[in-house]
Unconditional design. Structure first.
Length: 440
């Protein structure tokens, strides 16, 4: 079988084998830490916290932490504070010249940007950790706390902050010495870790209710179709032909060939959904985790409600155009083509090329943004059709896009190692197209 032969080829490459083993070891360490409860909290009395995170925004937070949030774990805050800090730094790079200059300084600038991201992550953690502790105090019974008082608060804030920074360090180690993007892999593993529990729970509901096996199979078919559609969204491109003029320099001839510029249908990747959901979580901050929300705020804290999903979809469409605009620069692309003697057939170089590329991006971004918004609100649609909130999260949203994007990116890196050693790739027909091709 081809799969067995591919595994054998991977085992023959010492560097690739070592990287995969290293990555799996780091992931195992991360998963182990997700079950280590905060000192001073009784792990046998966390049922109320688990009930709170079965659905809604709390369930979304728990999913991204791989269940550590509902376990009152030392990794309870997960990697999301680092993601939030990264988003803020990216936005600052658009507004402030200092950060724009750092982006152009190469490796040294990247290290400084990463340092700023770490500092901001610590600041976010110092603010989020007390909120998390306040939440578990209000949810759990008093008997669940072995330790109380100022010492418990200060020590727990330090532990939660250190836990997230340690997870971030693990992700960086995977990126440097393992396979794939470490931060993305950690998020994906946290999401996948909840799939078996969610599937067993959903299967139990279906087998005990109406429809039985037929209803469960129908759900899995729909999930499979949604995954295929998401893969097409991640991989979809519009190829723009570029003709390079023939030039003779000395005795050598250059150009005279036609190449293609692949413009991604979803150039913004998963970022619009992350931006939109970050804004939609603001009502939780304003009303407090333990307060009863008013009528208006309550509508925007129900992630399966109509108004929440309508506003989320509109924000995603707007952010898709915004992030595509800062990711794809038609002016720079036109200048690069002109410098290299290239032009788009039928389009004059210069301003006309910029207008053409901008028009193409606008046309392909529109269906991409609508598809992205649809994928984001699919969990709410699935809940309306009777799917449990725990299992509905896998029908769309950020979780599905992250899983598809990370898996494709990791498989592409493995395939690159195989092809460099003159082995067959993972796929028999064509190469895997991952995010490195201009995706997320």
């Amino acid at each position: 079988m081809r799969l067995i032969q591919t595994i054998k080829n991977i085992a023959k490459i010492e560097d690739l084998r070592a990287r995969i083993i290293y990555t799996l070891s780091i992931i195992a360490l991360y998963r182990l830490g997700s079950f280590v409860t905060l000192p001073g909290v009784d792990p046998s009395q966390l049922d109320a916290l688990r009930t709170q995170t079965e659905g809604g925004i709390m369930g979304l937070i728990d999913m991204f932490s791989g269940g550590a949030f509902s376990q009152a774990s030392i990794f309870a805050l997960g990697i999301m504070p680092y993601i939030s800090a990264s988003i803020v730094i990216q936005l600052l790079a658009i507004v402030f010249p200092h950060f724009q200059k750092l982006q152009k300084e190469g490796e040294s600038g990247r290290r400084k940007m990463n340092q700023y991201t770490r500092y901001l992550t610590i600041l976010i953690l110092v603010l989020q950790a007390p909120s998390y502790l306040l939440n578990i105090r209000n949810v759990l019974p008093p008997s669940a706390f072995i330790l109380t008082g100022t010492f418990f608060t200060i020590s727990s804030v330090i532990i939660l902050t250190a836990g997230t920074m340690f997870v971030m360090w693990l992700g960086e180690r995977i990126t440097d010495k393992g396979i794939g993007n470490g931060i993305s892999l950690i998020i994906m593993i946290g999401i996948i870790a909840r799939f078996p529990e969610s599937f067993i729970f959903e299967a139990g509901l279906r087998m005990g209710g109406s429809g039985g096996l037929v209803a469960l199979l129908l759900e899995m078919i729909i999930l499979y179709v949604v995954i295929l559609g998401t893969i097409l969204l991640v991989q979809g491109t519009r190829r723009i032909p570029v003709q390079y003029a023939r030039r003779v320099v000395g005795n050598k001839q250059f150009g005279g060939v036609r190449q293609y510029i692949p413009l991604k249908i979803n150039a913004a990747g998963v970022m619009p959904i992350i931006f939109a959901q970050a804004l939609m979580m603001l009502p939780i901050v304003f009303i407090g985790m333990s307060e009863t929300p008013g009528r208006i705020l309550g509508a925007f804290t129900d992630m399966y409600g109509f108004w929440y999903n309508l506003v989320t979809a509109l924000l995603i469409i707007a952010f898709t155009y915004f992030y595509t605009a800062i990711t794809v620069n038609p002016v720079q692309m036109a200048e690069d083509m002109k410098k290299n003697g290239g032009f788009i057939p039928g389009i004059k170089p210069g301003r006309r090329t910029v207008e053409f590329l901008d028009g193409v991006m606008s046309k392909i971004t529109l269906p991409g943004s609508f598809f992205l918004a649809t994928v984001a609100i699919l969990p709410a649609i699935a809940v309306q059709f009777g799917v449990s909130p725990l299992f509905a999260q896998f029908f769309g949203g950020t979780s599905l896009l992250i899983m598809v994007g990370v898996v494709l990116d990791t498989l592409q890196q493995i395939e690159s190692h195989l092809l460099m050693r003159h082995y067959d790739g993972l796929m028999k027909s064509g190469r895997i197209k991952g995010r490195s091709g201009g995706g997320m």
